[in-house]
Design a binder for this molecule. Structure first.
Ligand SMILES: *Cc1c(COP(=O)(O)O)cnc(C)c1O
Length: 427
């Protein structure tokens, strides 16, 4: 596979950007080798600057649920940008977006648009702290909520991939306010709340963990957390930056029937543009400035072009049967990979939710962060490169979920399974 131009670009980039990239996990550090540079993308495919084509299961890390460069999204962006790129005064698309979110996600009675998932989660815990007058927050080992100071404690995603779950630069005075729990452990959560429950401002969780590979909640687990938060007056915050609009139209909270107090969004809601949002109960959100004293602001928040891309994407995913089809594709892919691994005698397990999946080089089940860490990452790395050589791009980390879009049809999935069959035979 020719990579001359990517190599040349990465050499230049490495002089000027830390690690040659603008976000760590892009750098291929844990899988080895060098990243390829994208030239363009279309549907389920990414094309690099050397003319190679890949079936893409990263989807820009989540936003491209309707496939890359969807004509309706591009048309909405093109039409909107003709009127100007940013106004600094309110625009109608912000209202349409707020109406769409509050209708699709009923627990969000009010929302605030921001520019990334990181901003959304930072703001949500500020609201939790401001509204409760408490300082401590609870998160889960291996969950990633963006790169805010309070969250880089036993964090997932790139922090986990690179072995840096506790970042230098986060003052211990702040990190000490973040308590961590093992995901899916009922008793640990009960014990922590029984001990310090009345000091906890909020508990933030990825309802399906997608930043430590992909781990689904045990039956009743999210409900258990809901009850603990209610009992102790702590706010339940669902970080649905990844799962929102994906695992069901209304996100994980719809899929599992849980009503969080606050929710955070990103990725899909921007349709590929830099967007995040947080929202929740009216009595909480109305404490945000300027209607209340909890300060949060953004020069480009609610940007019209970004709103247009997000709204066009939300429209596409509201087509009847969209998420059912996504779920069928995800199952077809995962079932095919599992049977190819079985045929090759390789210990392998998948986890799945509509439009997202986890790959593990170990036997199942995988229900905890410790289980996820038990995957053979060396074997994953060889699998990753074997797939890449065969034109399939998986997340370059054993600890990231994969994503299926509506543009992944039977042909792409069959080709992926064939590539896996050939790759498993070499492991
Ligand atoms: C991606 C992600 C974030 C951070 O979003 P950015 O837009 O990268 O800042 C936060 N939470 C979860 C669950 C995510 O998957």
């Amino acid at each position: 596979m020719n990579n001359t131009r990517s190599h040349e670009l990465f050499t230049r980039a490495s002089e000027l950007l830390p690690g040659g990239v603008n976000s760590p996990v892009r750098a291929f550090k844990s899988v080895g080798g060098e990243p390829f540079f994208a030239e363009r993308a279309q549907g389920a495919y990414l094309y690099d600057v050397d003319g190679n084509r890949y079936i893409d299961y990263v989807g820009s890390w989540g936003p491209m649920i309707a496939g890359h460069a969807h004509p309706q999204v591009l048309a909405a962006v093109a039409e909107t940008m003709r009127h100007g790129l940013s106004f600094g005064v309110p625009n109608a698309l912000e209202v349409t977006m707020a109406e769409a979110i509050t209708r699709i996600v009923p627990s969000c009675e009010m929302v605030r648009m921001v520019n990334s998932g990181t901003e959304a989660t930072l703001s949500a815990i500020r609201v939790a702290r401001g509204a409760t007058g408490r300082s401590r927050i609870v998160k889960f080992e291996g969950c990633y909520h963006g790169h805010g100071d309070s969250f880089l404690v036993k964090a997932g995603s790139g922090a986990l991939t690179l072995g840096l779950p506790n970042s230098p630069g986060v003052p211990s005075a702040l990190a000490d306010l973040t308590l961590t729990l093992p995901y899916n452990d009922f008793d640990a959560a009960s014990a922590l709340f029984d001990e310090v429950g009345d000091e906890i401002a909020g508990l933030i969780i990825e309802p399906i963990v997608g930043n430590a590979n992909c781990i689904l909640p045990r039956d009743g687990y999210l409900q258990h957390l809901r009850e603990l938060c209610t009992k102790y007056g702590a706010l339940l915050i669902f970080d649905e930056v990844m799962t929102g609009f994906r695992v069901a139209l209304g996100g994980a909270q719809q899929r599992y029937g849980i009503v969080p107090d606050l929710s955070t969004f990103g990725k899909i809601i921007g349709g590929g543009m830099p967007v995040g949002a947080y929202g929740g109960r009216r009595d909480l959100m109305s404490q945000v400035a300027p209607s209340g004293p909890i300060y949060q602001a953004g020069t480009l928040s609610g940007n019209p072009v970004a709103m247009a891309a997000g709204l066009a994407t939300l429209e596409l995913i509201q087509a009847p049967g969209f998420h059912d089809a996504l779920e069928r594709s995800t199952h077809a892919l995962c079932d095919g990979l599992e049977s190819a691994a079985r045929a090759a005698g390789i210990a392998f397990h998948t986890t799945r939710a509509p439009g997202m999946f986890g790959l593990y080089f170990r036997e199942g089940p995988v229900e905890s962060f410790a289980d996820a860490l038990g995957s053979d990452t060396q074997r994953f790395n060889r699998f990753f490169h074997g797939m890449l050589e065969r034109g399939v791009y998986l997340a370059p980390s054993a600890f990231e979920a994969g994503f299926v879009s509506s543009a992944h049809g039977e042909a792409e999935i069959a080709e992926t399974i064939e590539a896996a069959r050939a790759t498993f035979a070499t492991l």
